[in-house]
Design a protein around this ligand. Structure first.
Ligand code: SF4
Length: 608
């Protein structure tokens, strides 16, 4: 077996309670590494074109990579995939930090594949190689910070060597934007995997263990890690005095707003006058009570926060991140940072993706502004841009489908369709967009449009180059070289997400560093080109799965607002997205026709 892997997958059938160990296939690992790549391959092997999100056969896959739990920086991450997302109808995926990934591996498994639906609510425990399914109807309904310590107490394991991934009430209630949480405050967000877990009546997976797999070449690993650590420490973004550690991801608020890409009011404007009031600098000066990081992370970008008093008081929580501040703050026209901290806490407790939640509330606010929603449907909710109390109320109402929350739980696309104004939902493939207006950042617009999981920014993150000039400066307004760069970033991020290392290391590291560390861990002969090729294979496999579901070029588009409505004011005034001018070149460079990989491309990558 290659180094870095535990060597087996746990296959769990909730229908009959059967638990099986499946050995890892070395050839598959050489082609797909682990994490996102391995998860997609496992899904593809059993793919049914007509699968529905809440079918028993919709696989829910938790998967680590060779770097997870290894002695490399940011090795605390893992990936979650579902054959079909309830939010987008495409293959679902998300990524999380914390310590769940390492402890799954130390418990003896690289991945867990969940199939079927349990009769009664249950949890799965994997403790030092022994897996057990336990019926536990009494934990159904618990919030994330209630169920996590409860399961650790019940199983009697050492909390220091244990981690719990779980859903909150939103997942139980099959909310299409529900996510899976781990270590109480870490989120595998996007695409509604929490609802798939809820449909299976699986509340949680507890993992505990202490067997760290050996690396293939420990001397080489020490050398490669030292090189990477130097780069991470020296970077103005990831170093000890860097923006990520000092201000958290919210360091981006003022930077992106100054560029005219920090949208507000459901992307009707491209900057927010009150951005500074919700910036990383402001968070640090007000509600920050400490910092926190994932397993093995030298960057430590997580925030610990507390709002001591007022209507949005909260004793302790973690976050909020940049994306959350945008989604629940400026995108809803809300300037009050304490309200965002509170709403973020509710999202964590109930297990809701903050970007989709904020995007859906903002969509509802614009629907109200344009008088598309009858007063009686709102059931007393004062849904106006800038109303912080209403924004916070929307979160818990969504989790429990209470009142107008039942409409919000549909997600923005279905909500806007219900009120016959589909253009007001700002989504791609049904998923709400993140915190960068694509009109003044051409590359990120192309990433949004072509992202396999829908409105995504991190699986092809062009922002470092377009906004920060890392690793080289690209003119954000220009389309010159953008299809090439977007493809490069998508394939590189596919490889990193299969390794699995935190994407934030990309502010300091490049393919040679990732390839070097991976070679030392696994023993595979790797270099930058080989790693990029693996990434390309993974991106294409994900695309192929979506094609089998019927996705094609008609889904690789941005909302009309970004093409037809130039930015009306602020630093990026006059800009529109030029995705329609870039898409054919993107396909041609990819070897795709109308959004589908050709037979030749699939053959070249060894997929078909
Ligand atoms: S940089 Fe932040 S998100 Fe990434 S591993 Fe470190 S603490 Fe976690």
């Amino acid at each position: 077996m290659l180094g870095g892997y535990a060597g087996k997958i746990l296959d769990v059938n909730l229908e009959n309670g059967e638990l099986k160990d499946i050995p890892l296939d070395e050839e598959v690992l050489r082609m797909y590494l682990g994490g996102k790549g391995l998860g997609l391959k496992l899904i593809y092997n059993e793919l049914r074109d007509d699968i529905k999100p809440f079918d028993p056969d919709n696989l829910l896959v938790f998967v680590t990579g060779p770097a997870t739990g290894a002695k490399v920086p940011t090795s605390g991450r893992y990936h979650i995939l579902t054959s079909k997302s309830p939010l987008t109808g495409a293959v679902g995926s998300g990524n999380s930090g914390g310590k769940w990934g390492p402890f799954l591996k130390f418990a003896g498994y690289d991945a867990v594949v969940i199939r079927g639906i349990s009769d009664k609510p249950a949890y799965l425990s994997i403790i030092n190689g022994k897996a057990e399914l336990v019926e536990a109807p009494d934990i159904w309904g618990m919030t994330v910070t209630a169920v996590t310590p409860e399961l650790i107490k019940r199983t009697g394991v050492d909390p220091k060597k244990t981690s719990v991934a779980c859903i909150g009430p939103a997942g139980e209630n099959l909310i299409s934007m529900a996510c899976i949480m781990n270590d109480e405050y870490r989120t595998a967000g996007r695409t509604g995997s929490g609802a798939v877990m809820g449909s299976k009546k699986l509340k949680a997976i507890l993992v505990s263990g202490n067997e760290r797999p050996k690396s293939a070449n420990s001397d080489m690993l020490v050398e490669k890690v030292a090189e990477s650590m130097d780069l991470i420490r020296e970077s103005p973004v990831t170093g000890p005095k860097g923006g990520l550690h000092v201000y958290g991801t919210a360091v981006l608020v003022n930077i992106v707003n100054a560029h005219g890409a920090y949208s507000s009011r459901n992307f009707q404007n491209s900057c927010f006058t009150e951005a500074d009031e919700q910036s990383g600098e402001r968070l640090t000066a007000t509600y920050l009570v400490g910092t926190t990081g994932c397993w093995g992370c030298p960057i430590v970008c997580g925030r610990k926060s507390s709002v001591p008093e007022g209507p949005f008081s909260i004793r302790y929580t973690e976050g909020p991140e940049y994306e959350t501040i945008f989604a629940l703050g400026s995108n809803c026209g809300v300037k009050e940072l304490d309200a965002v901290v509170k709403a973020n806490h509710f999202c964590n407790e109930f297990g809701i993706d903050t970007i989709s939640m904020g995007g859906t509330i903002a969509c509802a606010m614009e629907l109200v502004e344009k008088e598309k929603i009858p007063e009686e449907d709102l059931q007393g909710l004062n849904l106006k841009f800038g109303d912080a109390g209403a924004m916070v109320e929307c979160v818990w109402r969504t989790a429990y489908k209470s009142g107008f929350g039942a409409d919000l739980a549909l997600g923005s696309r279905k909500l806007a369709e219900k009120y016959q104004a589909p253009e007001i939902s700002i989504n791609v493939k049904g998923m709400e967009l993140p915190a960068y207006d694509p009109r003044p950042i051409q590359g990120i617009g192309l990433e949004y449009a072509t992202a396999n999981r829908g409105g995504d920014h991190v699986y092809g993150y062009t922002i470092p180059a377009e906004i920060l000039g890392i690793p080289k400066k690209l003119d954000p307004y220009s389309i010159e070289g953008k299809p090439e760069w977007t493809i490069y970033m998508q394939d590189m991020d596919s490889a990193i997400n299969s390794t699995v290392i935190c994407l934030f290391t990309g502010f300091a590291l490049g393919l040679p560093q990732y390839a070097g560390m991976l070679e030392a861990i696994t023993g595979m002969k790797l270099d930058a080109d080989k790693l990029l090729k693996i990434g390309e294979r993974i991106t294409n496999l994900e695309r192929l799965i979506n094609n089998r579901y019927g996705f094609d070029r008609t889904e690789d588009i941005l909302p009309r607002r970004f093409i037809a409505e130039p930015v009306s004011k602020g630093p990026s005034k006059g800009q529109v997205s030029l995705v329609p001018e870039m898409i054919d070149r993107y396909y041609s460079l990819r070897g795709w026709v109308d959004g589908k990989p050709t037979e030749e491309k699939l053959k070249e990558l060894g997929i078909a």
